[in-house]
Write a protein that binds this ligand. Structure first.
Ligand SMILES: Nc1ncnc2c1ncn2[C@@H]1O[C@H](COP(=O)(O)OP(=O)(O)O)[C@@H](O)[C@H]1O
Ligand SMILES: [Mg+2]
Length: 277
């Protein structure tokens, strides 16, 4: 947790995969909360038009009607990144349903895939009342929740971040998109973002009691070795309940919540990003 005078961003992590429903948003929120609980300064950026992550902050879509800016203004109007602060202590930039226009609007602009990279280098639009000045470089972790598409958003994220974390499921076809995503990461590395780090695959919604899943996990480990994180997230009703209640697993009062798994995940991510923060 350096607070030096550097203009370098610290850990900017995209949580991504071409598959929906694998736990990207759940991982983003709970990893962020776990990191925050350890004293890190964490910012969430929601890039998904479904805005599920934004629902888990204290963002109220009515604010958008009152012209409070969102990620849409950043991408399509070159606005600085708006920063809000949740009562939970997490900083965030919300998404909005009008993000469904970006796949038509962005490609008509100059350098459409560079919008996030540029925005991350600009001074913020501070809505926290804290007078954030150094804010972007002062955040230890900026976590970007990735949509499965359109591709121009995936590009924006993979070019802007310095690391990716890839949640995966062990369900039948869930693995099939992984190869494409990895190939694409490699392509981005060879072109716009040569230092892009893959922090690894996080098995989520793990059902260890299903034999097919055990086999799939073994195969995954055989093929990718240490790239498969030593921590996985179990499938638990309490996790989906926390999402339905728009809170993290740390904020739901139930005994069967796998908080410990997210805490261990945060420790592993801290280890794997120690050169960045
Ligand atoms: N560990 C888990 N146990 C049970 N349900 C989960 C778990 N992780 C995610 N879910 C549920 O699965 C669904 C998809 O998760 P989500 O994080 O939204 O995936 P994505 O962002 O990849 O589309 C949500 O309804 C969520 O509540
Ligand atoms: Mg999601």
């Amino acid at each position: 947790m350096k607070r030096g005078k550097t203009t370098q961003l610290r850990a900017v992590i995209g949580i991504g995969n071409y598959k929906g429903g694998v736990g990207k948003t759940t991982t983003t929120l709970n990893l962020a909360t776990a990191l925050h609980k350890q004293g890190y300064r964490v910012m969430l950026i929601d890039m998904d038009r479904q805005a599920n992550l934004s629902s888990c902050t204290d963002w109220n879509p009515d604010l958008e009607v009152q012209h409070y800016p969102t990620i849409y203004n950043v991408l399509c109007e070159d606005a600085p990144i708006p920063v809000y602060k949740s009562a939970s202590g997490l900083y965030y930039c919300p998404s909005t349903s009008i993000m469904n226009k970006v796949d038509q609007q962005l490609p008509t602009m100059r350098n459409p895939a560079m919008k996030m990279t540029r925005a991350l280098q600009k001074a913020p639009d501070d809505h926290t009342g804290e007078g954030l000045t150094e804010w972007l470089t002062d955040f230890d972790y900026i976590l970007i929740d990735s949509p499965v598409g359109p591709q121009v958003l995936v590009d924006n994220i993979l070019i802007a971040v310095n690391a990716v974390l890839i949640p995966i499921n062990l369900e039948g076809f869930a693995m099939s998109g992984l190869q494409n995503y990895l190939a694409y990461i490699q392509e981005i590395r060879e072109t716009e973002n040569k230092d892009l780090i893959n922090l690894g695959f996080l098995v989520t919604r793990r059902k260890a009691y299903i034999k097919g899943q055990q086999e799939a996990e073994e195969q995954l480990k055989k093929r990718y070795g240490k790239m498969v994180l030593p921590i996985s997230i179990s499938e638990r009703e309490a996790v989906s309940r926390s999402q339905r209640e728009f809170v993290s697993v740390y904020d739901i009062a139930r005994a069967d919540v796998p908080r410990e798994e997210f805490t261990l995940l945060a420790n592993e991510i801290i280890k794997r990003t120690k050169n960045l923060i």
